[in-house]
Design a protein around this ligand. Structure first.
Ligand SMILES: [Zn+2]
Ligand SMILES: [Zn+2]
Length: 205
């Protein structure tokens, strides 16, 4: 009976365990970027699903040629600022099949997402000047650059005018009086950019 030259267990040549010890299954590097707000960027795409990472990891799975891989299963998880991938590989080595599980961790690179960097730079496109009791509506946290209590009401500085427009048309339907004014604030790519101010009052009628 032949034995593994390394550990002495019955095997033809190196046994699977000894073989894998010197020829480990490895994953290619994964570069995943995260923002403090929890958003993730993968391959230059914000809010990319972790499934994209899984797809690439499976595609680029490296293994020694002596081994055949039938199936690779990858479970991703974000924990403590790291991407943890739990990998289960089914394959065969010589005449026997095997299943190997291991976990690899990748440190997340950190950066600010476009929304957060706009917030941090003081960028805003529209201001809601609420001059009435604050109506029971929710301004999306992610859209607020700044919120300020002022005489007679509240000012919301919003990152996106599209969002401000949607919100004010809702308010208008609920009977609020909306007055719009614009102020030029910069040129961008040869185009004039405006900031839109929405003065909001409760219709007295
Ligand atoms: Zn061995
Ligand atoms: Zn962010």
């Amino acid at each position: 009976m032949s034995v593994c030259p390394k550990c002495g267990r019955p095997a033809r040549g190196l046994c699977l365990d000894c073989f894998l010890e010197s020829n480990p299954l490895v994953l290619g590097d994964v570069k995943l970027v995260s923002c403090g707000c929890g958003r993730l960027r993968y391959r230059d795409k914000w809010d990319a699903p972790l499934q994209d990472v899984v797809r690439d990891v499976v595609k680029s799975f490296k293994h020694p040629f002596e081994i055949r891989i039938k199936k690779v299963d990858v479970k991703p998880e974000i924990r403590d600022g790291k991407l943890s991938l739990q990998v289960t590989a089914d394959g065969s080595y010589k005449d026997s099949i095997f299943r190997k599980s291991f976990t690899e961790q990748f440190k997340l690179q950190s950066t600010s997402c476009p929304t957060c960097s706009r917030k941090n730079s003081g960028y805003y496109e529209a201001v809601l000047q609420m001059r009435c009791e604050i109506p029971k509506f929710v301004v999306d946290e992610n859209q607020i650059a700044k919120a300020e209590k002022v005489r007679g009401g509240f000012d919301y500085y919003l990152l996106s005018n599209n969002y401000a427009r949607a919100l004010t048309s809702q308010l208008s339907r609920k009977g609020y009086d909306i007055k719009t004014s614009t102020k030029t604030y910069s040129m961008r790519d040869g185009q004039t950019v405006y900031r839109i101010y929405y003065s909001i009052k409760k219709d007295s009628a």
